[in-house]
Every structure is written in structure tokens, then in C-alpha cells.
Design a protein around this ligand. Structure first.
Ligand code: LER
Ligand code: MN
Length: 282
């Protein structure tokens, strides 16, 4: 298992000025970071790759679908534009050296049309992600599709649904991500969500039930680690939280108060907790 931290803890849009954070992240014991790609055209892949190498860190990539786009959108032109956007982002992910490209890659976070998903939307998702197959294989990148809680999406809320989707897509480079924060809201048992994900589990976001420091709340971590061991998960445990007052990003994540003494505490105290407690299951 590798330990990562999402840069959203420090910054809304990771750029070259944030590379100064890498030595401390390495020194404090992380194996890698998670960086968002929002705009594949301006993403400085070469510089980031170099800085990662200099600091002995790896990276995973996360992304969200920009407003107005969607793999499941009604309009075929919008769907084609979304696929092109994702293909370009996957290419940037490969350039930076990432093997995992994760997130709610079907529609924008917070897009809630006020109804359930339709069979047509499901079909478009299957076909859309199948279309990404060749780019994923070419770049040796795996996408991990993330179910979100009901307040952030209507399309995919549970691990069981995400597994059904991934099975129908049927491509080795397409799996799912289970985030403890969302699973705590939607699943009967967080640990069972990981069991349900099984061999389709390609990425894990760890975070406490309040988006705070892993180990400080009521997520049943020992059960989670036990389940990850049962499904022989050997990928990333990435701590994902968000800066407490970094404008639009904090607002998008509905962070309206301090969740720890500092955002960095979530990363570093969370890492100590994860390392100590996963060691018992090694
Ligand atoms: C959104 O709530 C989330 O969990 C993220 O992984 C999206 O980047
Ligand atoms: Mn997440």
C-alpha cells in the first residue's frame, strides 16, 4: 500500500508555485501526492514530473467534470467534447507519471437535476467510458470512477452501483474509487463497500466522516483496513480533504468551518494514524 495526500488540502489549483510543498510532504513520510487536472491545456506536466522526481515522490491524478460538460449529457456534441477533454487529461496524467486517474468523471460535482438517473444516462456512461479504453491502454493509465454522496451527485452514490457500471464497461483500465467520506453517508457499512468493490477497486480516498483527520471521528477504520486486506488491495490510500478557506474549492466541498487545527494537520496527523493502523493488517 502507498500513502498519498491530495493537494486540495493546500491549494485549489495546483501549479508551479506549490512545488515548494513537496520536500516537507516527502520528509513527513508520504509516498506521493494527488494533483488535480482541471485544464489539460495549461497543466504544466513536464515541470511537475521533474519536481516529483527530484523529491522522490509519485503522483496520482484526480479530476472533476467542468460545468456544462458530462459523459452522460443529453447532447452528443457535449459528450464528444467531454471525451476529448478526458482524453487530453489522461495524456497529461501519463506525462506527469501517474498511473491512476480518479474522480467523479461522469458529470460535474453538484449537478443535481432533481430526478433519478435514467437508463439512457447509464448507457451513455457505459459507452463513453468504453470510448476512453484505447487512450487508457495507450497511456497505461487506469481510471477510478468515484461515487459521491447524494448531495453532490444523483448519478452514482454507492459502490454496488459503481461496480455494476464498471462491469458493464468491461475494460481492464476502468475501475472504481471508494471515498470513506461519501461511503459514510451512503453505505450501510463502509467496510462492506470495499468488499463489494473487490478487485475493481483501483483507488481509495481516506478522510474522516467530517472531512477531518483520519482517526479523529467515527469511521470504523479497523473494519475498513480489514476489508482492504481481504480484497488484497495494494494501491494508494490517499488522504483527501480541503483547505478551510480557499475560495471556490472550500465552497464546492461545503467546508464552512475549521475541521482540525490546520488543514496540514489533516495530512500529517492522518498519515501517522493510517501508517500505524494499517501496519497491524500487513
Ligand atoms: C468530491 O467530494 C470528492 O470526493 C473528490 O474526490 C472529487 O475530487
Ligand atoms: Mn474523494
Amino acid at each position: 500500500m502507498k500513502f498519498g495526500v491530495n493537494m486540495f488540502i493546500w491549494t485549489a489549483e495546483f501549479g508551479q508555485s506549490d512545488l515548494r510543498l513537496l520536500p516537507t510532504i516527502k520528509e513527513r513520510g508520504f509516498d506521493g501526492i494527488e494533483i488535480p487536472i482541471f485544464n489539460p491545456t495549461t497543466f504544466p506536466a513536464a515541470q511537475i514530473r521533474r519536481a516529483l522526481q527530484e523529491n522522490g515522490l509519485e503522483t496520482t491524478i484526480c479530476s472533476v467534470i467542468p460545468n456544462g460538460l458530462g459523459v452522460i449529457a443529453d447532447d452528443a456534441n457535449v459528450r464528444a467534447q467531454t471525451i476529448a477533454h478526458l482524453e487530453a487529461s489522461i495524456a497529461r496524467a501519463a506525462e506527469v507519471g501517474a498511473r491512476v486517474f480518479a474522480g467523479p468523471l461522469y458529470s460535474p460535482v453538484g449537478y443535481l437535476p432533481g430526478r433519478r438517473r435514467t437508463p439512457d444516462e447509464w448507457k451513455r456512461a457505459v459507452e463513453g467510458f468504453q470510448t476512453l479504453g484505447p487512450a487508457l491502454a495507450q497511456h497505461n493509465v487506469t481510471i477510478a470512477i468515484e461515487p459521491l454522496n447524494r448531495f453532490e451527485t444523483y448519478f452514482l452514490n454507492t459502490a454496488a452501483d459503481a461496480v455494476a457500471l464498471v462491469r458493464e464497461i468491461g475494460h481492464p483500465n476502468v475501475g472504481l474509487l471508494v471515498d470513506t467520506f461519501h461511503a459514510n453517508i451512503e453505505e450501510k457499512s463502509i467496510a462492506d463497500a470495499y468488499r463489494t468493490a473487490g478487485s475493481y477497486l483501483k483507488h481509495v480516498h481516506t478522510c474522516e466522516n467530517d472531512r477531518g483527520t483520519p482517526g479523529s471521528g467515527h469511521v470504523e477504520w479497523q473494519d475498513v483496513f480489514q476489508a482492504l486486506r481481504e480484497v488484497e488491495y495494494d494501491g494508494w490510500l490517499t488522504i483527501e480533504s480541503f483547505g478551510f478557506a480557499i475560495g471556490g474549492l472550500s465552497a464546492a466541498a461545503s467546508i464552512w468551518r475549521d475541521l482540525a487545527r490546520t488543514p496540514a494537520d489533516i495530512a500529517f496527523e492522518g498519515l501517522a494514524f493510517l501508517k500505524q493502523n494499517t501496519a497491524k493488517f500487513a
